[in-house]
Write a protein of this length. Structure first.
Length: 94
């Protein structure tokens, strides 16, 4: 099973479970993957999808630091929840 298929299946599961936080994060991730595919006119393999996930995680980390500097804990918590969902799809570090 490819990583993209796994993410799509998890999105369907989140829909059925009415898990809005997880569903929103997975939709954002799939949109980023689809955007990359459309821009480059290719089908992404697992390595390229992991690169997209890494980029999304970096964006979330930057956003969290800015939200914390602005004392917006609610928005920082939302970004952290999205990071937790994205991190599941990365390979385990050695």
């Amino acid at each position: 099973m490819t990583l993209k298929t796994r993410i799509t299946d998890d999105m369907k599961t989140a829909m059925k479970a009415k898990d809005s936080v997880r569903l929103g994060a997975l939709r954002l991730l799939l949109a980023a993957i689809k955007q990359k595919e459309v821009d480059e006119r290719i089908e992404l393999d697992d390595a390229a999808i992991i690169a997209v996930i890494d980029k999304q995680l970096k964006q979330r980390r930057d956003s969290i630091s800015q939200y914390q500097a602005a004392q917006r804990a609610d928005l920082a918590d939302k970004e952290q929840a999205e990071m937790d969902v994205f991190a599941v799809y990365l390979p385990q570090p050695l």
